[in-house]
Design a protein around this ligand. Structure first.
Ligand code: NDP
Ligand code: X2W
Length: 342
């Protein structure tokens, strides 16, 4: 059994990790932390876990994280970078759901995240882990940078066209919508029911911190710099990301065949039949990305629709998928839940 610790167990990605790992046949939950709720039984806070998780939250300073085989950080940006080195030195694998190890260019990371990086040496060796793109690099990693939610939906959507060299790299557009759980569980005015329900708005148009992450991933794959306009929106959903992606074709390709072939052996990526419109509820609570590709009126603009659950393929599910790769397990172990509909 893989001994697992979770730092930040009271947040939305933390409780998703608990839900998935409690059902995982090869994982044993060893420790789960919260500073504010130390001493409280996990099932007192999360009634869905009654009878399945019998741990109490522990303060991070007291939790036996060094005894684990792997520790997930489901914490705000800037936490994992302070604790990862000691764990790695003790032989513990680290999977960070936040952004501390995602951007290789440290000054760029510091600009977007507004803090000084505490552990640049681990950034260099960390693997940005989007399994459908680089699973061979993930296998031997000590530190996993789990991709962000928007970056997962956007990169999976654009990747077949990027790898086929079939689009103009400078004019990419990602028009994305997220459910409110994307903002986390902390109290904030913007995510109050009376602010976020029955409402729809863009945010971060001038610049969102996922922009450099997406550009880094697409450019690396393209072997050339990519120009992207990324606009996130907040929708009155609890879960889900819907990315509508636009690109200009530079050569004739059978788009449907390209996408189907590219993802033919990917368990977690489902290419819909031609003309499909993926729905966020079709991936709710599951680790799938569903994609459809369109060419409206036969023009040279291609429109890709990509949906994920931000808390699962966009965070905790992808983190468990990465754990499976790290420990040599079949990737879908513990991740075969059918989405909840309606
Ligand atoms: N929500 C989403 O859809 C996605 C989130 N992410 C990323 O995952 C991370 C977690 O997100 P989310 O679950 O939404 O966040 P939440 O705000 O819901 O939860 C944060 C958790 O971290 C703990 N925490 C906060 N500060 C510290 C600290 N200094 N040391 C130790 N623990 C701390 C909190 O508990 P306590 O304060 O009691 O210790 C809490 O359990 C974030 O970095 C986020 O950007 C990534 C992809 C998608
Ligand atoms: C709706 C909403 O607020 N979404 C968050 C993104 C989710 C997140 O925190 O993910 P990362 O760890 O990848 O940054 C945001 O726009 O900041």
């Amino acid at each position: 059994m893989i001994k697992v610790g979770i730092v930040g167990g009271t947040g939305y990605t933390g409780v998703e990790l608990l839900r998935l790992l409690a059902q995982h046949p090869e994982a044993h939950l060893e420790a789960i932390t919260s500073r504010k709720e130390a001493g409280m039984a996990v099932s007192d806070m999360f009634p869905n876990l009654r009878g399945r998780v019998n741990l109490k939250f522990q303060d991070p300073a007291e939790a036996p994280l060094h005894r684990c085989d792997v520790v997930f950080f489901a914490t705000p940006n800037g936490v994992a970078m302070q604790q990862a080195k000691a764990l790695v030195d003790a032989g513990v694998k680290v999977i960070d759901l936040a952004a501390d190890f995602r951007i290789k260019d440290i000054p760029l990371w510091e600009k977007w995240y507004g803090m000084t990086h505490a552990c640049p040496e681990l950034v260099a060796e960390a693997v940005y882990a989007l399994p459908e793109i680089n699973r061979s690099e993930i296998k031997g990693a000590r530190v996993i940078a789990n991709p962000g939610c928007y970056p997962t939906a956007v990169q999976l959507g654009f990747m077949p066209l990027i790898e086929a060299g079939a689009i103009e790299l400078q004019g990419l557009v990602a028009d994305c919508k997220s459910g409110v759980s994307g903002a986390g569980r902390k109290a904030e005015v913007a995510t109050l029911f009376s602010e976020a329900s029955d409402n729809f708005k863009a945010y971060g148009v001038a610049g969102h911190r996922h922009l450099p992450e997406i550009v880094q991933g697409l450019s690396r794959r393209a072997g050339a710099s990519v120009g992207l306009t990324f606009v996130p929106h907040l929708t009155p959903l609890i879960r889900g990301i819907h990315a509508t992606l636009y690109a200009r074709l530079t050569k004739e390709v059978d788009l449907q065949a390209l996408y189907e072939q590219h993802y033919a052996s990917e368990y977690f990526v489902d290419v819909l039949p031609a003309g499909g419109h993926p729905e966020t509820r079709s991936v709710r609570s599951a680790n799938f990305c569903r994609i459809a590709v369109h060419r409206p009126q036969g023009g040279d603009t291609v429109v890709i629709l990509s949906v994920i659950d931000n808390l699962v393929k966009g965070a905790a599910g992808q983190a468990v998928q990465n754990m499976n790769i790290l420990f040599g397990l079949p990737e879908a172990t513990g991740l075969q839940q059918i989405p909840i509909l309606p």
